[in-house]
Write a protein that binds this ligand. Structure first.
Ligand code: ZN
Length: 109
């Protein structure tokens, strides 16, 4: 029987935040100058998913950016295929939020 001293422990503070996922000096978590997430009553990943699907995000060419692009593409495919439950009215609101320009002509959401 193994004693506690024989066990291998992982450093959770490192394991939960792999360095590459933080991005590089050109980006933040793989996104270059990302628009804010300001759609009410929904999740950050959903807003980012719709922003990505509507070409509102600039992904970095580093590992974080490519991983984030791949992840969001998968989330959007799941939504479109009905594998992720996003109610139609929320889907419409998210689409409008990320496709509607502001008074300054910028897409802020
Ligand atoms: Zn980067």
């Amino acid at each position: 029987m193994a004693a506690f001293a024989d066990r291998t422990y992982i450093d959770l503070s490192v394991a939960s935040k792999p360095g590459w996922a933080l991005g590089c000096d050109k980006c933040r978590y793989g996104l270059v100058n990302p628009p804010p997430v300001t759609v009410a009553d929904t999740s950050t990943y959903l807003v980012r998913t719709y922003q990505a699907a509507n070409d509102r995000l600039t992904f970095c060419d580093c590992q974080a950016g490519q991983a984030y692009r791949h992840y969001l593409r998968g989330r959007y495919a799941d939504i479109k295929a009905g594998r992720d439950n996003v109610p139609p009215d929320m889907s419409r609101a998210l689409t409008e939020a990320v496709t509607m320009p502001t008074l300054n002509g910028e897409y802020v959401r």
